[in-house]
Design a protein around this ligand. Sequence first.
Ligand SMILES: *[C@@H]1O[C@H](CO)[C@@H](O)[C@H](O)[C@H]1NC(C)=O
Ligand SMILES: *[C@@H]1O[C@H](CO)[C@@H](O)[C@H](O)[C@H]1NC(C)=O
Ligand SMILES: *[C@@H]1O[C@H](CO)[C@@H](O)[C@H](O)[C@H]1NC(C)=O
Ligand SMILES: *[C@@H]1O[C@H](CO)[C@@H](O)[C@H](O)[C@H]1NC(C)=O
Ligand SMILES: *[C@@H]1O[C@H](CO)[C@@H](O)[C@H](O)[C@H]1NC(C)=O
Ligand SMILES: *[C@@H]1O[C@H](CO)[C@@H](O)[C@H](O)[C@H]1NC(C)=O
Ligand SMILES: *[C@@H]1O[C@H](CO)[C@@H](O)[C@H](O)[C@H]1NC(C)=O
Ligand SMILES: *[C@@H]1O[C@H](CO)[C@@H](O)[C@H](O)[C@H]1NC(C)=O
Ligand SMILES: *[C@@H]1O[C@H](CO)[C@@H](O)[C@H](O)[C@H]1NC(C)=O
Length: 621
Amino acid sequence: MENYALHFIVGTLFLLSKFQETVAETVLDSDKQALLDFADNIHLSRRPLNWGVQTSVCKNWTGIGCSEDGSRVISLRLPGIGIHGPIPANTLSRLSALQILSLRSSGINGTFPLDLGNLKNLSFLYLQHNNFWGPLPLEFSLWRNLTIMNLSDNGFNGSIPSSISGLSRLVALNLANNSLSGEVPDLDLPNLQLLNLSYNDLSGSVPRSLQRFPKSVFLGNSESLLDYNISVVLAPPREEHRSRGGRCTGKLSEKALLGIVVACSVLGILGFGFVLLVCILRRKTVDGFPGELVKGNMSPEKAISRGQDASNKLVFFEGCNYAFDLEDLLRASAEVLGKGTFGTAYKAILEDATMVVVKRLKDVNVGKREFEQQMSIIGSIKHENVTELRAYYYSKDEKLMVYDYFSQGSIASLLHGKPGESKTHLDWETRLKIAIGAAKGIARIHTENSGKLVHGNLKSSNIFLNPQQFGCVSDLGLSTIMSALAPPIARAAGYRAPEVTDTRKAAQPCDVYSFGVILLELLTGKSPVHTSNGDEMVHLVRWVHSVVREEWTAEVFDVELLRYPDIDEELVEMLQIAMACVARAAEQRPKMSEVMKMLENVRVKPESRAPGDPEPSSGGV
Ligand SMILES: *[C@@H]1O[C@H](CO)[C@@H](O)[C@H](O)[C@H]1NC(C)=O
Ligand SMILES: *[C@@H]1O[C@H](CO)[C@@H](O)[C@H](O)[C@H]1NC(C)=O
Ligand SMILES: *[C@@H]1O[C@H](CO)[C@@H](O)[C@H](O)[C@H]1NC(C)=O
Ligand SMILES: *[C@@H]1O[C@H](CO)[C@@H](O)[C@H](O)[C@H]1NC(C)=O
Ligand SMILES: *[C@@H]1O[C@H](CO)[C@@H](O)[C@H](O)[C@H]1NC(C)=O
Ligand SMILES: *[C@@H]1O[C@H](CO)[C@@H](O)[C@H](O)[C@H]1NC(C)=O
Ligand SMILES: *[C@@H]1O[C@H](CO)[C@@H](O)[C@H](O)[C@H]1NC(C)=O
Ligand SMILES: *[C@@H]1O[C@H](CO)[C@@H](O)[C@H](O)[C@H]1NC(C)=O
Ligand SMILES: *[C@@H]1O[C@H](CO)[C@@H](O)[C@H](O)[C@H]1NC(C)=O
């Protein structure tokens, strides 16, 4: 069954195709031949395409995406590969199932390839930044499904055909920086959200239908085009999505829920010796503990000292070269990093300046043996995208876990800001790397314990940046040894798959769901549960569904991302992956290993962007 929400964007796109690991080489001969004819008739200024006759079109050919059953080619994306000369006629036009065509940023010249009009399912067309010239096609009506058309930065001339009005699904139209002349036709495109007609030779006045767009989209044409006042009459009725005010309130409540401790306010001073660095209470044991940190009447200090004479030692994992013991840890300066689902995390600075994260678990629900078993499973995972568990401590009253410290804070704080701090600007490159890294980490976790280990508590506050700036997953494998989390607090629920009733029994598809929510967070910049219009709680997954269903797709994305050129395909593709992950039915969600592969494919293949080569058109002009 197809997800209705995906329908609008591209219907089947290749998302589904990528779920199928074992696609036999069944691609239609005619598709393969069309591609080979294309490859034979273009001139490449760089390395040739790796389209070998003997290899699998869907699996091995650069830039090709296939349909679910592997029988049809539905996407061809070869941006910046240095094609020179015209697109050979009667080649690509034979790929009748094609939905995405990207040949942007090359040195393609010649007139608009009119035969592409045959491609009835074409939804995304990216031909920007080439040397096309001549008129635009007069007849557009065949491309019923066209959603994004980007023809900017070419030399198209002649007038803008009014038949563009027939493209009722068009969301983005970019004709900027060409040589188009004449008047702007009255375009009845109710779904259009992104328009750019700037830097052409257009004259006359802006038709009423387009007066809802700001003047900046008409810059660089005849002055007469700028003589209008933005008309509100035709503005699309979606102020509630526009308003970012809701997001702010959402952020506040998010912050409140997070309960991250501000600087010195709730000093999480671990009774057993952690003294807060920031507040210069260094190495002074404090008598009055903040109530919540002390369970029962007994201070943890006593608990530990009592337990120490037993075999309760800090247990280090193999390969860990830290040289400290429990004593050192107890003497260390500590700062509260945050209160998580399973306990409070502290940053501890040892006397030799080593920094580690100490997590103090609350409500461990298993005995020592089971706890140790779980720790050894977690501790055995050595992977650059999984925070390494260095050591743990178990006594009757205290359970501690020691991890590496990451200086940059969690993705949640990077994305939504820390209390009292403005949020950092996270560019698309970084967000992509966060997603890819985290996916790799989770995929690795899912192979552990005979392929049964579950992270169980995925959320953006448990993902960090590793030194290579990729996502790195933390806080894994604890849900099974902790008491069930009930009743779920709103924020945690924002990540929880619908089928989860008992957090201890969560399975791997639940992790996939939670990860999908994190992807949506990266794409929208919104918290998983945020408030809008006062205090109505909005669930991110539901919100995205509704926006996408109402066909305001571009509205979904974080405005910060919309200013990057040429990433629309990548955004849409990541959105597809996220939507697949948050499928309601667990069995419809992809496996984490598949998600990982899909994410790695979001970025245009590296070989198509030669290093150090500024822009491919350099040889063309
Ligand atoms: C193209 O549009 C037609 C008619 O609306 C629809 O049936 C078809 O599924 C669309 N194709 C894709 C790939 O979305
Ligand atoms: C083609 O792709 C498959 C699956 O990704 C891979 O196993 C195989 O080695 C590739 N073949 C070639 C010749 O690259
Ligand atoms: C297209 O580009 C090629 C090589 O860059 C050049 O030889 C040819 O004359 C150009 N053709 C047109 C019609 O501009
Ligand atoms: C276009 O897409 C629709 C929906 O995915 C599909 O049913 C139809 O077969 C496609 N048309 C062609 C010519 O491939
Ligand atoms: C217009 O396009 C040309 C190449 O086609 C490019 O060099 C130039 O920078 C573009 N101008 C703007 C304003 O983007
Ligand atoms: C478009 O450009 C071509 C080549 O530069 C020229 O021959 C043609 O007359 C132009 N057409 C218009 C309508 O300006
Ligand atoms: C429109 O395109 C021009 C030229 O590429 C660019 O400089 C400008 O920033 C774009 N304007 C908008 C509103 O996207
Ligand atoms: C736009 O608004 C200004 C002042 O609000 C007014 O003076 C001007 O005449 C208006 N222009 C048009 C084209 O309506
Ligand atoms: C189209 O291409 C231009 C130039 O590369 C880019 O700035 C813009 O973001 C692209 N996308 C859309 C939807 O205009």
